[in-house]
Write a protein that binds this ligand. Structure first.
Ligand code: IPE
Ligand code: IPE
Ligand code: MG
Length: 243
């Protein structure tokens, strides 16, 4: 956590890691009598706003919930449209992300994604691996409970092989076996659209995260909304159970 002066936010406490549940695309479209698919298209634009806001504030880690493991139960037409948007966004933005010094990472069961998107994911990871301005982690086909199960299975395998005893398992070891092993825990979690739940996002990692719920629908999200959430974060007293 750092304290830096920002032209728009004043001297404020800047969270090192911000995670966002980008929700409300369907409702944004319904309000305009558009199809849900149009809402997702507009939602992609809001990602640019979030990136701009992170750049201005000096946020080092941004993690975006783009598609949950439960979202596979949506209509196939909507899933295909979302996959098309990911494909389009990854192809189109790869150079801009490199130029902006953004390192792109992924969490989730990406093996369920179409194979060409898996190829693009590999390309993005490799081409941005030396960037260090911002770490952008995209949660795609991500479910926190499945991630935790994966960590338990990995530890179980080590026990079976005789390389680990159950008493050696502690919180740090569990964290190191999650897909987020190389990320700090989120300081601030933002959910748009007015819903107030985690929907299976970063359950373990958010043990002491500050939550800010915004009524704005994700396609309407602007960098000012990020600044407002960061200001709210700055007013919180993080006690971590101590006095
Ligand atoms: C978030 O918007 C995007 C994804 C979950 C992929 P929604 O599609 O959930 O929009 P609402 O919640 O129906 O408005
Ligand atoms: C959470 O939103 C997943 C993403 C934003 C990618 P949902 O819209 O899927 O969550 P629920 O169904 O309202 O809990
Ligand atoms: Mg939703």
């Amino acid at each position: 956590m750092t304290v830096v002066p920002s032209a728009e936010a004043g001297a404020t406490i800047i969270p090192e890691h911000v995670a966002i549940i980008m929700d409300g695309n369907g409702r944004w479209a319904a309000k305009r009598s558009l199809t849900r698919l149009r809402g997702h298209g507009q939602g992609a634009e809001a990602v640019r706003e979030a990136l701009k806001g992170c750049d201005e504030l000096g946020i080092r880690y941004l993690t975006l919930f783009a598609f949950s493991s439960e979202n596979w139960s949506r209509p196939v037409e909507e899933i295909n449209h979302l996959m098309g948007l990911f494909r389009f966004f990854f192809r189109k933005e790869i150079k801009a992300l490199c130029d902006a010094g953004i390192r792109v990472k992924f969490i989730g069961n990406t093996s369920k994604l179409p194979s060409d998107i898996q190829d693009l994911i590999e390309e993005l990871k490799v081409r941005t691996k030396d960037n260090n301005k911002l770490v952008l982690t995209l949660a795609l086909s991500y479910g926190s409970q499945a991630e935790i199960v994966g960590a338990m299975q990995a530890l179980g395998e080590k026990i079976k092989a005789g390389d680990l005893s159950p008493e050696e398992i502690d919180e740090n070891m569990v964290s190191r076996n999650l897909q987020t092993a190389d990320l700090p825990e989120p300081d601030l979690l933002i959910r748009t659209s007015g819903e107030k739940r985690l929907s299976n996002f970063l359950l373990w990692q958010c043990a002491y995260t500050e939550f800010v719920f915004l009524d704005v629908l994700w396609p309407d999200f602007k960098k000012q909304d990020l600044l407002a959430a960061v200001e709210e974060y700055g007013s919180r007293n993080r006690r971590y159970g101590a006095l």
